[in-house]
Write a protein that binds this ligand. Structure first.
Ligand SMILES: *[C@@H]1O[C@H](CO)[C@@H](O)[C@H](O)[C@H]1NC(C)=O
Ligand SMILES: *[C@@H]1O[C@H](CO)[C@@H](O)[C@H](O)[C@H]1NC(C)=O
Ligand SMILES: *[C@@H]1O[C@H](CO)[C@@H](O)[C@H](O)[C@H]1NC(C)=O
Ligand SMILES: *[C@@H]1O[C@H](CO)[C@@H](O)[C@H](O)[C@H]1NC(C)=O
Ligand SMILES: *[C@@H]1O[C@H](CO)[C@@H](O)[C@H](O)[C@H]1NC(C)=O
Ligand SMILES: *[C@@H]1O[C@H](CO)[C@@H](O)[C@H](O)[C@H]1NC(C)=O
Ligand SMILES: *[C@@H]1O[C@H](CO)[C@@H](O)[C@H](O)[C@H]1NC(C)=O
Ligand SMILES: *[C@@H]1O[C@H](CO)[C@@H](O)[C@H](O)[C@H]1NC(C)=O
Ligand SMILES: *[C@@H]1O[C@H](CO)[C@@H](O)[C@H](O)[C@H]1NC(C)=O
Ligand SMILES: *[C@@H]1O[C@H](CO)[C@@H](O)[C@H](O)[C@H]1NC(C)=O
Ligand SMILES: *[C@@H]1O[C@H](CO)[C@@H](O)[C@H](O)[C@H]1NC(C)=O
Length: 802
């Protein structure tokens, strides 16, 4: 009875539940009020939390626990908090069957428990974004097998916690730790991560990585893309062995790229770095590379053939760098595609492939606008070729059998090339220039001058007129030139090497008062030389021997020629060169009395020039030179008079000043301190035994009489010696006996004019320690330095002559 009643009640309860909730009779919990729960078989739970103290375990956990497993296939849970409010989540066991989990902007409190996702979980996607990193350290994903995408972003992680990387990554195709503060990567990360699925991505963008550990290479990892953009990487040699298909290194601090080892299809993006040079090793192995983006770096130089062998390359982006040239040797010759090379915004001086006459051996669609092009004769070929092509209509149909492409297919943005120099052509469109009869020269054209090459004569006219120049320019364009320097402020004409290839020189209207005689032989190629209206009073006489042929025109009027003897030759010279010197018959000169003559009238008799003057001048000059030499020698001898005397004595036995030295028992008494004994031994040995003349020396430890008081011994030694030699070192002044010896000798010398005192300086002396008289000796410099070259000569010279 009671059984029947209870079964009845159960039936009634079940029915009432069913009627209350509609579909599922077993659903005990309802969707939390903060969330919306949609879908039938694939339920989507979305929670927008704006209250604190939300408990994920009790609210969402118990709700999904109440759902049957089928409803959780393709289920997703999406929790978004407001302002990082605190939510609690301490038990994940009910999330077993959830497939996608996404939590953003929350501060999750696990109340001390570690959330371990077991291998039985079926979760595919996890995204934790802007979650407290304390929480990330409390989760363990090691055993998850089903994960295909894991992103932990904006969580302020400084390292990647090991427990968040699943042991088995075979299904993982996206692993992202972007926008954290990661500064180091552990080796284990690369060891563990084996990406087997296609197109997997490892993303460390927007972190603080400065380097990639070299151990990354120990177990080479294959993944499709490696994104490390926007870090602080300066050295990625640790990446060279990684096998990735797309490596994104944008916005780091790279100065160099490593030699990549991977040979598979690959794209390298390294724009916005600080790379200066592209080395040959970098891309040597990247034969399958399809694209390289190195824009926005500081590339100045590409090693030859740096891209050679990259046959699969379709896109090479080098724009926004500092390249000055780009030649065929810099291009990926051999590429099998219509490779596009971007070079805009570099420092290119000329359009690419200049050295191959702008004709690369294959089709490189090249973009090179916005470069500071020099529009000189060099680009004439390109301009002419492009014009030629434009004139020939392209055949509407027909086989493409041309061996090389049309240049318009190569220089695809040629219309945008603008000139940056010469000044006159700035901002002009390069391809529209008319270089049919003349073209500018820029290289070596003197500053502010205009250089134009005339194609019919191949002579470059250098127009430097009216530029206020005071000197001849140092450099000129190559090959034949004609120089117009008229109306400047030149004061002289000096020798310049380019004069030899100068076919015309106009220096009229300057202030030239002197010509360097050396320029005359350099003027062999001039067709005209215009020296009018200067301050010339004479021509270098080297003109006298130069016969200009009658094709040369020389203009000399408007100068202040002097009617002087040195100019007499001009009269005849003008006569002989009357075809060359255009205005020769007009030339006039002034004499000292301001009288005007023509050069025809000039002759030696009028001027009373005599050849005596010249010979007298030569004699005077010769005498002058001799006098100067004698004077110089005397000065040297005087300056080194002491050394001269020493050397004359020791080498030639000649003494200029004979000194009267009384014949004494000893030639010299040497006073020294104990520390210099070794040196003194050498001296004594040399003077007594090694020289042809044998000297007699007295030293205290050998020659003093034993038993006599020292002071008496010293006075006696001093009296018996012609010379007293003091070996003065720092020890000398410290020795009382040495000072005594010096004082005694000094006093004796003052009274008897004997003995002679000689000082040998040993090593660097602290002069302040010396006694006053000794210091006075040093100040007068009358000492012999042990280290000087003629030490022995000086020493012997100081001893009495034998
Ligand atoms: C929380 O959201 C509810 C409804 O969305 C709103 O009425 C309430 O004002 C919000 N509270 C706060 C503190 O923002
Ligand atoms: C889950 O989603 C996938 C594709 O998103 C679909 O192919 C599959 O049928 C779905 N499963 C269920 C049970 O709805
Ligand atoms: C989590 O919840 C499950 C089922 O509700 C329970 O069996 C388990 O003991 C809980 N775990 C913890 C650590 O509280
Ligand atoms: C990360 O750190 C920044 C500044 O230190 C802080 O403003 C932000 O709230 C932190 N984010 C998280 C998720 O802890
Ligand atoms: C880059 O780092 C590796 C190892 O850390 C080192 O051997 C190499 O010299 C570094 N290269 C540069 C350019 O500093
Ligand atoms: C180019 O200049 C030459 C003379 O300098 C002139 O004869 C010719 O017509 C010009 N060509 C064009 C296309 O302007
Ligand atoms: C000479 O040069 C000056 C400036 O240096 C200029 O003002 C003057 O016009 C020039 N004269 C001639 C004839 O070119
Ligand atoms: C040299 O320059 C002046 C001034 O520019 C000019 O009058 C003269 O004809 C020129 N001389 C020659 C030979 O061209
Ligand atoms: C130069 O002048 C000489 C003599 O006057 C003459 O014989 C010769 O043909 C001339 N040469 C040229 C190239 O005019
Ligand atoms: C040059 O001189 C010769 C003879 O000395 C004379 O016959 C000739 O007319 C002169 N030519 C010129 C251009 O003055
Ligand atoms: C010559 O003439 C100049 C000016 O033309 C003058 O300065 C100078 O004093 C004159 N010399 C003599 C000797 O008359």
């Amino acid at each position: 009875m009671s059984e029947g009643l209870s079964s009845f009640l159960v039936v009634v309860w079940v029915i009432s539940q069913k009627s209350a909730c509609g579909t599922d009779p077993f659903k005990l919990n309802v969707c939390p009020t903060e969330c919306t729960c949609n879908g039938n078989k694939a339920i989507q739970i979305q929670c927008k939390l704006n209250i604190s103290q939300f408990d994920i375990t009790s609210k969402i956990g118990s709700f999904i626990a109440s759902l049957p497993d089928e409803e959780l296939v393709n289920s997703s849970i999406d929790i978004r908090c407001q302002d990082n409010m605190v939510v609690t989540w301490n038990n994940i066991s009910s999330f077993q069957n959830v497939r996608s989990l996404r939590i953003e902007n929350c501060a999750i409190d696990t109340q001390g428990s570690v959330l371990v996702f077991l291998s039985t979980f079926k979760i595919n996607d996890i995204l934790f974004k802007n979650i407290n990193n304390g929480f990330i350290n409390q989760i363990n994903l090691r055993n998850l097998r089903t994960l295909t995408s894991l992103s932990i972003e904006y969580c302020n992680l400084t390292t990647v916690p090991e427990p968040v990387i699943p042991k088995d990554t075979s299904k993982l195709s996206q692993l992202s730790f972007s926008n954290n503060k990661i500064h180091t990567l552990a080796c284990s990360l690369f060891k563990g991560y084996r990406c087997i699925v296609e197109k997997c991505v490892l993303d460390f963008s927007f972190n603080r990585l400065e380097s990639i550990p070299l151990c990354a290479c120990e177990t080479p990892t294959v993944f499709y893309a490696l994104r490390i953009l926007n870090n602080q990487l300066s050295n990625i040699s640790g990446l060279s062995c990684l096998k990735q298909h797309h490596i994104v290194l944008d916005e780091n601090s790279l100065e160099e790229l490593p030699a990549f080892e991977y040979g598979g299809t690959i794209t390298v993006d390294a724009d916005l770095n600080r790379i200066k040079t592209i080395r040959r090793e970098t891309f040597k192995n990247l034969r399958m590379c399809g694209a390289v983006d190195l824009s926005y770096n500081l590339i100045e130089w590409i090693e030859r053939h740096a891209f050679q062998g990259m046959t699969q390359l379709r896109n090479l982006i080098l724009s926004n760098n500092k390249l000055k040239e780009f030649e065929v040797i810099h291009a990926p010759v051999g590429s099998m595609f219509n490779l596009r090379i971007s070079l805009e915004k570099n420092q290119l001086e000329y359009p690419p492939y200049r050295k191959s006459n702008y004709e690369p051996p294959q089709l490189f669609e090249t973009i090179a606008g916005r470069n500071p092009f020099i529009c000189d004769c060099t680009v004439k070929t390109l301009i002419d070729r492009l014009k030629e092509e434009a004139d020939i209509p392209t055949p509407a149909t027909g086989p493409l059998t041309t061996t090389y492409s049309k240049l318009s297919q190569i220089f695809i943005d040629a219309w945008s090339y603008k000139c940056d120099s010469p000044k006159a052509l700035i901002y002009r469109q390069l391809t529209k220039l008319n270089m049919s009869s003349e073209c500018p020269i820029v290289k070596n054209c003197p500053f502010d001058c205009v250089c134009t090459k005339y194609l019919s004569t191949a002579i470059t006219l250098v127009d430097c007129s009216s530029r206020a120049l005071t000197q001849l320019p140092q450099h000129m364009p190559y090959n034949s030139i004609a120089i117009d320097l008229s109306n400047n402020s030149l004061a002289s004409l000096d020798v310049r090497n380019y004069l030899i290839r100068t076919t015309g020189l106009n220096v009229s209207h300057n202030q030239i008062s002197a010509l360097d005689p050396g320029i005359v032989p350099l003027l062999v190629n001039v067709n005209y030389l215009d020296l009018r209206n200067n301050q010339l009073s004479n021509l270098p006489s080297s003109f006298e021997d130069t016969l200009f042929d009658n094709l040369t025109s020389i203009f000399l009027s408007g100068n202040v020629w002097k009617c002087s003897c040195e100019n007499v030759w001009m009269s005849q010279w003008l006569n002989e060169n009357n075809y060359s010197v255009y205005d020769g018959s007009l030339l006039q000169c002034l004499n000292d009395a301001n009288e005007t003559f023509t050069f025809h009238e000039l002759n030696p008799d009028i001027l009373q020039c005599s050849s005596k003057t010249t010979s007298l001048a030569i004699l005077a000059i010769t005498l002058g030179i001799v006098a100067i030499i004698v004077l110089a020698i005397s000065l040297v001898v005087y300056k080194f008079r002491y050394e001269t005397r020493v050397l004359f004595y020791t080498r030639f036995k000649v003494r200029f000043i004979s000194e009267d030295v009384a014949n004494k028992q000893f030639d010299a008494f040497i006073s020294y301190s104990e520390q210099d004994r070794e040196f003194v031994k050498t001296v004594v040995n040399k003077l007594e035994n090694e020289l042809p003349l044998k000297y007699k020396i007295c030293i205290h430890d050998r020659d003093f009489t034993v038993g006599t008081p020292i002071a008496e011994n010293i006075s006696s030694a001093i009296n018996k010696s012609s010379v007293v030699i003091f070996v003065v070192s720092n020890h000398f002044s410290e020795s009382d006996w040495c000072s005594f010896e010096f004082q005694t000798s000094y006093q004796t010398m003052l009274v008897h004019k004997s003995p002679k005192l000689v000082i040998i300086k040993v090593d660097d002396l602290d002069e302040d320690k010396l006694d006053n008289d000794l210091r006075a000796y040093f100040r007068t410099k009358s000492f012999i330095d042990k280290n000087e070259g003629i030490f022995w000569d000086k020493l012997i010279y100081s001893l009495p002559p034998h």
